[in-house]
Design a protein around this ligand. Structure first.
Ligand SMILES: *[C@@H]1O[C@H](CO)[C@@H](O)[C@H](O)[C@H]1NC(C)=O
Ligand SMILES: *[C@@H]1O[C@H](CO)[C@@H](O)[C@H](O)[C@H]1NC(C)=O
Ligand SMILES: *[C@@H]1O[C@H](CO)[C@@H](O)[C@H](O)[C@H]1NC(C)=O
Ligand SMILES: *[C@@H]1O[C@H](CO)[C@@H](O)[C@H](O)[C@H]1NC(C)=O
Ligand SMILES: *[C@@H]1O[C@H](CO)[C@@H](O)[C@H](O)[C@H]1NC(C)=O
Length: 587
């Protein structure tokens, strides 16, 4: 359907638009979502419509995701009593499509000596013939971090509502010099050729972050391996939430966590404690030595790739046997204050789950929102071959600008006027994004989107690209600049940026997909080569004024744009279990 029309194009000179005291007027598209709201953050203006969020209170890490007997299970770190961290339980929801969810009773509560002060993060493993088990970190009555197991109380219950913690817990205690405050987050287990199970557990020993390795023949008795799965050789923050899984060298298909062959690489992911960022290294899993061998042995975490260069932490993947894919979950923290969380009554959410696979160049992972989210798309807008001239500002009209999915291709007929790249910028993409922001004219770019924009553009988040020439290749800078996202001073508005690893001359275009959901903007650059997620809290939401999306080009060359955009319907996060239409043979 092509519902947008060139006659509604609005062109103005770009230097007017970034709010430097000049009023520019555009015809107003009234966002129905924005009406009827009083000016207080207690209203639901910042609440998302299609991201996973419980109705209230605090949520952080994704835990134990799995597919079992026709249902996707999702557990998460949850405080049932408040919108701040504390009193952590495992909450539990089930789904048939990863988008609409039915909440169940809390799965794990801190009730036993081996988890009296908290049931912290962990993973699920499906034991062939025996069904799923959960491994999680308990904070014991002695305030030590230990690793525990829980099993379904009734395996015949298709929803796996209740979980039992056997008396032989804990499975792993912090012995052998492990610091009992830096020992947590067991991975999904994998089984190697010798028939024994393995798990990795995050730790820090003598200033080195590491993924400790444990083995077991029966899933009850575990022994620590003499060498960790992998350890940083230089000081690093503690590695939380390690994740370890195989990816195929060719193709998008996902693999069971135990798969290993010449056809796969392995991914080791760690969440850097207090840095709030998730990093990964690609390499091989040497089963004989039982260690991970990185392709490129750099232990400087600043050089590791990240799943997401914005607000994103404590992620975890699982293998989905139903659609043969590996799926990524990740926690999106707030960027407003704790007192705002208390006023809102909620804090935190999850990304739209992403399919994750290895790029054909073998050097990076690619990510894309699971196809099921497309079922929420409504009212397609389509623009063909629109020339976005230098200094252009173009409003994308007709979309529900606070709740949308936008896919744009920026075609680049010529790269000749690209600015020269200074190699000292290599390690600081966010710094370059702040310095050469959307308002700074470039050669090729900046071009991109202004999203969650107020009518006068006083508030907006700029998501954009800028091309540099670096000897005989081109560098693509991708940015998400939150500095003008809100007039509210107390919000964290840091600038995010990354260089895209792509052959621009060969491809001739850069794609951007942006999922906009009230206070979340998830960006996928270059077909999922780099992701940047931002949390934003525009003040104009509180005034119930209309929300807008624009495209802009502040370079010297035109870019030709193809765009599709959709309104997004609300996901249903509060389904009753009877409403889950599970295929009969599975249930
Ligand atoms: C186990 O679950 C099944 C299926 O829901 C149910 O019929 C059975 O009564 C449950 N058993 C117990 C001991 O609760
Ligand atoms: C253990 O780690 C904590 C930080 O969580 C640190 O304060 C403490 O000194 C460490 N203990 C030892 C014995 O290294
Ligand atoms: C979560 O966000 C709050 C508010 O911005 C911040 O104080 C806290 O450090 C964040 N935590 C993590 C782990 O990102
Ligand atoms: C490893 O480093 C080399 C040299 O910098 C580079 O050419 C290669 O692409 C890197 N491989 C991966 C998997 O990152
Ligand atoms: C909200 O409305 C007030 C009063 O009309 C106005 O002064 C303020 O500028 C508006 N703020 C935004 C961000 O639109």
């Amino acid at each position: 359907m092509e519902s947008c029309c060139r006659s509604s194009m609005v062109w103005v000179v770009l230097f007017l638009f970034l709010g430097y005291g000049v009023e520019v007027s555009f015809s107003v598209y009234l966002d129905p979502q924005a009406q009827d709201q009083s000016s207080s953050i207690v209203t639901q203006v910042y609440r998302t419509a299609y991201h996973f969020q419980p109705p209230k209170n605090w949520i952080n890490d994704p835990n134990g995701p799995m597919y079992y007997n026709g249902l996707y299970h999702f557990f998460y770190q949850y405080n049932p009593n408040a919108a701040v961290w504390g009193n952590i339980h495992w909450a539990h929801s089930v789904s048939v499509d990863l988008i609409n969810w039915a909440p169940l009773d809390l799965a794990l509560a801190p009730t036993d000596p081996f988890d009296a002060y908290g049931v912290w993060s962990g993973s699920a493993t499906i034991l062939p013939g025996d069904g799923p088990v959960i491994l999680y970190t308990g904070i014991s009555s002695e305030n030590q971090q230990v690793q525990n197991v829980a099993v379904p109380t009734n395996l015949s219950d298709p929803l796996l509502r209740q979980w039992t913690k056997p008396d032989f817990n804990p499975l792993l205690a912090p012995v052998n010099g492990i610091n009992s405050t830096l020992f947590r987050d067991p991975t999904t287990a994998w089984i190697a050729a010798d028939g024994r199970w393995r798990i990795a557990v995050g730790a820090q020993i003598a200033t080195k972050g590491m993924a400790l390795l444990y083995r077991s023949a029966d899933f009850v008795h575990w022994e620590m391996a003499a060498s960790p799965l992998y350890s940083s050789s230089i000081p690093s923050p503690m590695w939380e939430c390690p994740d370890f899984f195989p990816v195929l060298l060719k193709g998008r298909e996902g693999l069971d966590t135990s798969a290993n062959s010449e056809e796969v690489k392995h991914v080791l992911k760690m969440s850097l404690y207090l840095k709030d960022s998730d990093h990964y290294i690609l390499g091989r899993y040497d089963e004989e030595k039982d260690i991970f061998v990185p392709d490129n042995a750099t232990d400087d975490y600043q050089k590791w790739s990240r799943y997401d260069y914005g607000k994103f932490y404590a992620s975890k993947t699982f293998f989905d046997p139903k659609k043969k894919r590996r799926i990524l979950w990740g926690w999106l923290n707030e960027s407003d204050s704790e007192s705002d969380s208390i006023a809102k009554g909620w804090a935190g959410m999850q990304i739209v789950p992403r399919t994750i696979w290895l790029d054909s160049n073998g050097k990076q992972l690619l990510q894309w929102p699971v196809e099921e989210v497309n079922s929420l798309r409504r009212n397609e807008i389509h623009l063909h071959d629109l020339e976005l001239k230098p200094a252009a500002l173009y409003e994308i009209k007709g979309a529900k600008a606070s709740q949308a999915d936008v896919e744009v291709d920026f075609e680049l007929p010529s790269l000749e006027r690209a600015q020269l790249f200074d190699p000292t910028w290599e390690m600081d993409a966010p710094g370059l994004c702040s310095q050469e922001d959307a308002s700074v004219q470039g050669g090729i770019g900046p071009f991109g989107l202004l999203v969650l924009a107020s009518e006068n553009l006083e508030e907006h988040t700029a998501v954009f690209f800028r091309i540099y020439k670096d000897q005989d290749q081109f560098k693509v800078l991708m940015c998400s600049d939150q500095r003008r996202s809100s007039l509210r001073p107390e919000i964290d508005k840091q600038v995010y940026g990354v260089f895209l690893d792509m052959d621009l001359e060969k491809e001739g275009k850069i794609s951007l997909r942006t999922l906009i959901d009230h206070s979340v903007i998830e960006n996928f650059g270059g077909g999922g080569r780099a992701c940047i997620t931002a949390r934003v809290y525009p003040a104009f939401f509180l005034n119930a004024s209309s929300t807008h999306i624009y495209m802009f080009n502040n370079g010297l060359e035109s870019t030709v744009v193809r765009l599709k955009a959709w309104d997004m319907a609300n996901a249903r996060l509060n389904l009753k279990v009877e409403e889950l239409s599970v295929e009969k043979q599975d249930f």
